[in-house]
Design a protein around this ligand. Structure first.
Ligand SMILES: *Cc1c(COP(=O)(O)O)cnc(C)c1O
Length: 245
């Protein structure tokens, strides 16, 4: 795999991420919220694209497929902060956790997977995790129910010394994302905010993050308190179908 992007591509990526950053700053300022971290979602995009953004100073990148992430992590700089945001399978937890510069797994949704990540991380720095909450309760989405998030959070905090509970994550329904762009609050984001409040109160922890907002709805997410937005197509352009990667 070549890791040098041509200069035209590098310039267009740089322009796109700068535009996203400007929109992030604008929404945070408008709603008096702190600026969230921007995770550039690079799934199905070449390592050369990541390297081009790395060269302009970006470090947080998100990937959805374990094998693709392993391959990219191997050839790209070791100070990239990788976020795993794909659907997590128990039998892939050990492979994933072995990536030394994995910054966070954002899609943790069961005790069994927490246990596996925790075991696999014993010789490496503590791994940040977000609990993925299925706020829209759609069958097609992974994630634990809002009611299930508290027991899972308790398990991570009490029984997983190699994991740090960093926050909660949601994808949310497309319909709600569209509805809120007409000026209403997005119910999925509201549910995530409420779930965090319940967990912080029950466990006596503070400062849990909220990973919410993608290309189509990151501005609404910021106005509702997102601390971590995950933006792919607005930076890298449309993605090829998965099987062509
Ligand atoms: C692909 C993906 C994103 C980025 O989606 P865009 O709409 O391209 O910004 C964000 N979060 C998750 C969980 C994803 O799978």
């Amino acid at each position: 795999m070549r890791t040098m992007a041509d200069s035209v591509r590098a310039e267009s990526l740089n322009a796109a991420i700068s535009a996203v950053r400007a929109r992030i700053t604008k929404s945070a300022t408008a709603s008096s919220m702190p600026e969230p971290r921007l995770v550039a979602v690079s799934k199905l995009k070449p390592a050369s694209d990541i390297q081009a953004l790395y060269d302009t100073g970006y470090r947080h990148f998100g990937e959805n497929y374990v094998q693709e992430m392993v391959e990219k992590a191997e050839i790209l700089p070791k100070d990239i902060a990788w976020h795993f945001i794909g659907s997590l399978q128990s039998n892939k937890c050990a492979t994933l956790a072995a990536i030394s510069n994995l910054f966070a797994v954002e899609t943790l949704d069961s005790e069994k997977k927490a246990k596996r990540l925790n075991e696999a991380r014993s010789q490496l720095p503590v791994l940040n995790v977000f609990i993925q909450v299925n706020t829209s309760q759609e069958e097609s989405k992974s994630g634990i129910s809002p009611e299930g998030a508290l027991p899972l959070a308790r398990y991570i905090v009490n029984s997983c010394p190699n994991l740090k509970l960093m926050g909660l994550m949601t994808i949310g329904s497309i319909a709600r994302s569209r509805a809120s762009s007409e000026g209403e609050h997005n119910q999925d984001f509201t549910t995530l905010v409420e779930t965090r409040a319940a967990i912080e109160a029950a466990l006596g922890v503070h400062g849990l993050e909220l990973s919410m907002g993608m290309s189509s709805d990151f501005e609404d997410a910021i106005s509702q308190g997102s601390t971590n937005v995950r933006v792919g197509s607005q930076i890298f352009g449309a993605r090829p179908p998965k099987n062509s990667a």
